[in-house]
Design a protein around this ligand. Sequence first.
Ligand SMILES: [Zn+2]
Length: 260
Amino acid sequence: MRFEHDEWAEISELVGRLMRFYDSHLHLCECRRPDQIVSLMEFNETALLSAGIDRATSMKTLELSKLFPKTVVPFIGVHPSEAKGDDASWVQDVMTVAAGIGEIGLDPRYSGSTRDQLRIFEEQLGYAERARKPVQVHSRGAETECLDALGRYELVSVLMHWFESERLLGTVRDRGYYVSLGPAITQSKGLRRIAAAFDGDRLLTETDAPVSFRPLDGSQGPFLVPTVVFELSRVRRSTFEETRLQCEENAERYLHLGKG
Ligand SMILES: [Zn+2]
């Protein structure tokens, strides 16, 4: 389903100004029927920072962003789960048309050598540094190692996606990195403490779709972003609209820092 522009304008006049949301980290190419998800989110003015996990999903993400340039913000890269053997030189070849590099990082729970993961992570950090592109970082179970690697590069804009280490939050803050929180905030006291303690101007919202959340009825997808905004507003004792607007400003700053 796609809404034609005239139809969209008419509906938007009926309901008033739509609120813009950002899903700052998800994987459209791993969702079922991504084009229909994007059509719905386009209508709702939700921006989707969609990350690849390997070459094939990154290319598909770039294709989706051509079809839906207002809505899909493409990130390309090699996820730690896919970091085996080869290098990631293809990232350098196509990165000019991507908004950023992600999802990249380290995770000891995936098979494959940690040395390969680190080599491919650092290779991509080097590309991001030279091209002044934002990065989306996966650091589960390897937060210290990720921060060590990140510290070796001059990066314009870093998102620590679904960051769970309260102990290292100070380092993330001191470096001016961003942290994104997803629907798991509704079930995790640790994430709520991070949401309350971290700087408001560095918080982003995400869903990591197609990851699903059982307490939310197994729901998944970017339409859960308002739920995250609501939970953030409760934790940070601000209004829903103040929180939404702050997250919008943060996401735009995160994305555009590199553009001079
Ligand atoms: Zn992810």
